[in-house]
Write a protein of this length. Structure first.
Length: 420
């Protein structure tokens, strides 16, 4: 199944699916992924043991990563990408000291570091509108809580390790939306990061996830599948009497092969006759935006809360030409005329940025494209069709109307400057 097919399925029956979120779903909100946390912990350990000063920015350098990896493996640590590398890093740094572990998490996942992007807001709107009724996450952060409050104006309390007994009761009583933190909440005492913890997931929370998987379909987003505790729960659900009645879909970034345990799980699900598959997406934000746009019965209030966009007219007059030194020669050129026709483009297959740029080159700048959940183009329809040829199936005047054209100048100028 490809992304478009999954979006269509969710647009028709979103309320029949539960969701399982990992750190990748919070990345667009400005928080670190599991990969980021692993390398940060390795960096801290290496600095301490080798008396170095490698910064968090330095760790993005491949040569620095290789140096740290070589040191770690020489000390008997797991190689990069090992299934239990995440929990092993926490054990290495913190041992069984939960206070230090929680302090570290409070620092990297603090509320003031959260910037709500369209993905979390779209999910929150789906929760508020009854389209997403059961959300499970391995994350400790408060992205979903903040997004739900921002979009709906209401608070949502997560079920976590210190309030787990009520989660399954809430599911059985249809007290939706239900939000469950499988690994706990860093603001409380109980946080599960160490391998001994992860092997024995809280029974009540686990029971709630298994029950949901035998009642709803499941969409997984931003989660690698490395935690044996969570994967064992999904496997348990697969052995149940009515596993994933509406399907099991595991999203992954385009071009990125899923973890081996995920491939095995999907194969087992298919063998049981379940509609299951790995679905490639661009980002969590773009995927959720696509799903949100296609849902029926969206209230204007929720639509406005998700888009969170306002058109502002600004005037930035150019200064008069100067004659004093120093004289600077720039490669910027004045824009004499802006395109006024905006279209939404539809294709036989998904278009990547490189393909859009190639099409712009074929018509020598007579068309400008931008890409979010859909593809927009400014220019004449005949020029647009000639640029893409047979791959293009529809050229539709943008449904966003004047608002999009108001943004045309900003997008056009941004694209122009990027090419200078």
């Amino acid at each position: 199944m490809d992304q478009a097919q999954l979006v269509q399925l969710l647009s028709e029956s979103a309320s029949q699916f539960s969701w399982l979120l990992g750190a990748g779903a919070s990345q667009s909100a400005g928080l670190p992924t599991a990969w980021d946390v692993v390398w940060d912990l390795k960096r801290r350990h290496y600095n301490l043991k080798e008396n170095q000063q490698i910064s968090s920015n330095d760790i993005q350098n491949a040569a620095v990563q290789e140096k740290i990896s070589a040191y770690m493996e020489a000390q008997g640590f797991l190689p990069p990408g090992a299934p239990n590398e995440y929990s092993a890093c926490f054990e290495l740094i913190f041992g069984d000291d939960y206070d230090r572990q929680s302090k570290y998490l409070r620092g990297i996942l603090a509320d003031n570091k959260i910037s709500l992007s369209v993905g979390p807001r779209a999910l929150a709107a789906m929760m508020a509108g009854g389209h997403a009724r059961a959300i499970f996450t391995t994350n400790f952060d408060t992205v979903v809580e903040k997004a739900f409050a921002a979009v709906s104006g209401k608070a949502i309390a997560a079920f976590h390790l210190e309030g787990s007994s009520a989660a399954n009761t809430a599911l059985n009583n249809d007290e939706f939306p239900i939000y469950v933190k499988l690994h706990g909440d860093f603001r409380y005492q109980s946080v599960k990061n160490l391998s001994a913890d992860l092997l024995t997931q809280d029974k009540e929370l686990g029971k709630c996830l298994v029950s949901a998987c035998n009642r709803f379909g499941l969409v997984v987003a931003g989660y690698s599948g490395r935690d044996e505790s969570v994967m064992s729960l999904v496997e348990e659900a697969l052995r149940g009497p009515n596993p994933f009645p509406h399907g099991l879909f595991w999203t992954t970034m385009k071009g990125r092969r899923p973890f081996k345990a995920v491939e095995v799980l999907i194969a087992k699900a298919k063998a049981r006759g379940i509609n299951a598959g790995v679905v490639e997406i661009e980002t969590f934000d773009s995927f959720m935006s696509r799903v949100w746009r296609q849902l029926p019965s969206r209230s204007p209030e929720l639509i406005g809360a998700v888009s969170r966009a306002e058109t502002t007219i600004v005037s930035l007059p150019l200064p008069p030409a100067g004659k004093a030194s120093p004289i600077l020669r720039l490669n910027g050129l004045p824009v004499g005329e802006l395109p006024t026709n905006c279209y939404e483009l539809r294709f036989r297959k998904d278009q990547e940025w490189a393909e859009l740029r190639e099409a712009e080159g074929r018509v020598k700048g007579a068309m400008l494209c931008t890409k979010e959940s859909t593809i927009w183009a400014w220019g004449q329809e005949a020029v647009i069709r000639s640029a893409f040829g047979a791959e293009l199936t529809e050229v539709v005047p943008s449904a966003l109307g004047a608002r999009v054209n108001d943004l045309a100048s900003n997008l056009y100028l941004k694209s122009f400057l990027a090419g200078c």
